[in-house]
Design a protein. Structure first.
Length: 501
């Protein structure tokens, strides 16, 4: 550590001030002096670079104990050392209680002073190193958590909250670049007005637009000193703020003249309103840049995984549709069951997350029929007992085909395996009943049964509406969940459900 560390000496004896200045200056320290506690406190307020405070206890206007108390309140990292010629147990306790690091009795030797200052600086060095280690550890933990989140919305919200917490900001937003690369859209925010929480900003306009266009962070300690920045900050009311871009990690040769630099920006992270009204620092900017770097890589990974998953799911869905296309009687069945199920879920007020699970599970629910011979599926006439046993295997076959697909949830697989289970336990393949059947399974059971009755089959014609309504009522509470059946019947009677064409 450089010996140009600043030391403030407070004592009402001029000879002590002169002696301390000479001794510590010869050691290479930057020394300043104050003739009493009040003056020392003023100097501390004017300059936040002091590392050590050497103070007498008995001084006019403000004694050393009060000085330490006030000084430590302003600068917790400041290291006080007490000097006194009137040592008592009570004064020692009082000094230590307020945070004094050492206690030197007058008259003291020069060696004592040098050793006390050297030890105090070593403590300061260790505290700085520990603070840096703590910051590195916290950033590592943030990075590790970011890497473990695989849902983009949740990832973006975590990144914003982690950034705000780490730089002690109370307000901020994360704006994502739209697919066409022309606009930024707020996707996560904390403490911003409602009209801003879903705002869009064109690339090149406003603070975030400038950051995205120039692919550079913008750090402002006092916006009044930057008239040009203030002119474009339409909704910003903070003196200090930081905005940093999240850059795409382009592969060599990936950039093109057509996409330009705009393709490099995934999002812009904005932080405002530092706690206590303080200004943001270069250290805050460094922290945010590190968080942004890890976040951009994680977002790209999440999107890549999502694209792979969607491609995989498209293949599986195409298989299910191809299977249906081989039978003119079941063509369109999957899409209709999916649509009916979604309508029921919406009527029941289920969360969007459940509806998304239902959409995918319904699209794959009959995939297991790939393992049933075409001659059985397309038989012109009522299937035999043996053939029915083969048909009843399709939920298990579908489950076994889809179980190795890692990104499918347990809820998806339940829909595939259990869409022929009854609430009275007499369904197949596992004979589950009542609370063993999740609400999504109960929904698809009704939707699938309705479409089966309302559609032509190779072995029979479609049932009329009166028959279907009677069956739904008759088996509510046995085959079907009563609440789901009731909602579906109301939808039929209200004209919200139309028969297949």
């Amino acid at each position: 550590m450089s010996k140009r560390e600043r030391i403030l000496v407070a004592d009402d004896e001029a000879v002590i001030l002169e002696l301390m200045t000479d001794v510590l200056s010869e050691e290479g320290y930057a020394v300043e002096t104050a003739e009493n506690g009040r003056r020392a406190l003023e100097m501390l307020k004017e300059n936040d670079e002091f590392v050590i405070l050497l103070t007498d206890i008995m001084m006019p206007e403000m004694d050393g104990i009060e000085l330490i108390r006030e000084a430590r309140h302003m600068y917790p990292s400041l290291i006080p050392i007490v000097m006194t010629g009137f040592a008592t147990l009570d004064t020692a306790r009082a000094a230590v209680k307020e945070g004094a690091y050492d206690y030197i009795l007058k008259p003291f030797s020069l060696t004592e002073i040098k050793l006390a200052v050297s030890n105090a600086l070593e403590r300061y060095r260790l505290s700085i190193d520990n603070a840096r280690l703590l910051e590195i550890t916290e950033l590592f933990n943030i990075s590790e958590t970011i890497a473990g989140i695989h849902e983009e919305r949740r990832l973006l919200e975590f990144v914003l909250n982690a950034a705000l917490e780490h730089v002690s900001a109370q307000r901020g937003s994360l704006m994502v670049t739209t697919k066409d690369g022309s606009t930024l859209e707020v996707v996560a925010s904390v403490g911003v007005p409602d009209e801003v929480s879903h705002a869009r900003v064109a690339i090149g306009r406003g603070i975030s637009g400038w950051v995205a266009e120039n692919v550079k962070p913008l750090f402002v300690e006092n916006i009044s000193e930057y008239p040009k920045v203030a002119a474009v900050s339409h909704r910003l009311h903070d003196d200090s703020f930081i905005s940093v871009p999240l850059e795409r990690k382009s592969m060599p040769g990936e950039e093109s003249a057509e996409t330009g630099d705009l393709s490099r920006v995934i999002a812009v992270l904005n932080v405002n309103e530092k706690k206590g009204g303080a200004a943001f620092t270069e250290g805050d900017l460094k922290v945010l840049s590190i968080v942004a770097n890890h976040a951009s890589a994680a977002i790209e990974n999440v999107r890549l995984i999502r694209d792979i998953e969607e491609a995989h799911l498209d293949t599986l869905t195409s298989m299910a549709l191809l299977l249906e296309a081989k039978d003119p009687y079941t063509r369109g069945h999957t899409e209709r069951v999916r649509d009916y199920a979604v309508l029921i879920a919406q009527k029941l007020g289920l969360p969007q997350e459940d509806i998304e699970v239902l959409k995918l599970g319904a699209s794959l629910h009959d995939l297991g029929k790939v393992g049933v011979p075409d001659a059985v599926l397309n038989k012109n006439g009522e299937p035999s007992e043996e053939e029915w046993m083969l048909i009843k295997r399709h939920p298990v076959i579908g489950y076994e085909v889809l179980a190795p697909v890692r990104f499918l949830k347990k809820e998806h697989l339940e829909l595939v395996r259990h869409h022929h289970e009854n609430v009275d336990g007499r369904g197949y393949p596992d004979g589950l009943r009542n609370d063993e059947l999740p609400i999504l399974v109960r929904i698809i059971r009704v939707a699938d049964s309705y479409d089966a009755m309302a559609s032509n089959r190779a072995y029979r014609m479609a049932r009329d509406l009166e028959y279907i309504i009677a069956e739904l009522r008759k088996h509510a509470g046995t085959h079907f969940d009563e609440r789901v059946a009731k909602v579906f019947l109301e939808m039929i009677q209200n004209g919200e459900i139309t028969r297949p064409t």
